[in-house]
Design a protein around this ligand. Sequence first.
Ligand code: ADP
Ligand code: MG
Length: 295
Amino acid sequence: STATAFSASIYTAARNGVLIKGGNYIEKLAESRTLILDKTGTITEGKPQVASMLPAHPWIETREMMELAAAAEETSSHPLALAILDKVKGSGWNIPQHEEIEVFVARGVQTIVEGHVIRVGNMRFMEENHIDTSSIQEKIFTLMQRQEIIVYVAKDEKIIGIIGIQDKLRENMKKSINRLRLLGMDDMILLTGDLEHQADFISHRMAMDDFESEMLPEDKARKILQLQSRGAKVTMVGDGINDAPALAYADVGIAMGGSKTDIAMESADITIASDNPLLIPETVYLSKKTMSIVK
Ligand code: ADP
Ligand code: MG
């Protein structure tokens, strides 16, 4: 029976660490031809490392800039925050006393150290707080050329430096995308909260059909609704808290990367416990095989 075939497939998947939350998702996945991929933590490892530390002026020490950044990032689980905290702890530096931390989704974090507002985040976050970065334009350009993700550090209304962070592509992600295309995914779109040039770079490396950058969580969700309104059955692969709305709206939401973000796992229909991207095409293959049996 259909129910037996679904149960057997769910069991097979589970043995490989793929949790399918219902037989209906096997059917939807088999029919889906539109695949949305998140960038950070999904296509990339999401375990970025600090590659460059550039104070804005000669009189600002690298260590001071990094310690202030770490204060604002201390309680964040964002991959960029973890890279900064790793670097500071690994260098034997300290995390200064600070007041409560405020989080601005898809922008950055903010706290107060010795009466000074410390903001750490992306260019949009700086612009929104009227922090001028024109004096370090050349430094920004250097890090962009190295394809590093730039994290801006500001003290009150002044930029005090930038941190370049590199996030490696997940091993086997390209192979996985190639296989997904062979399995019938003919519209593959990268969505990210990151900047256009980062999205463009990764999108080309991964041979995606399209990309959209600087997206807020609700933008990702809206994009999925838009594709669905044109008749597409959409599969979304994501990992983070910012992907939860999109994962919930997608016909099939797939959460990657173990138990990293509980809310992503809860919003998803399928979760891949290990970090192995090849399990995505394997699950699509399994769903198609199952549907060919039940039909
Ligand atoms: P993505 O969609 O690529 O997974 P997010 O939506 O989580 O990214 O964040 C978008 C951008 O906001 C990040 O690329 C980064 O520039 C900035 N950002 C978010 N949180 C932080 C943080 N804790 N520290 C520094 N930057 C952050
Ligand atoms: Mg992500």
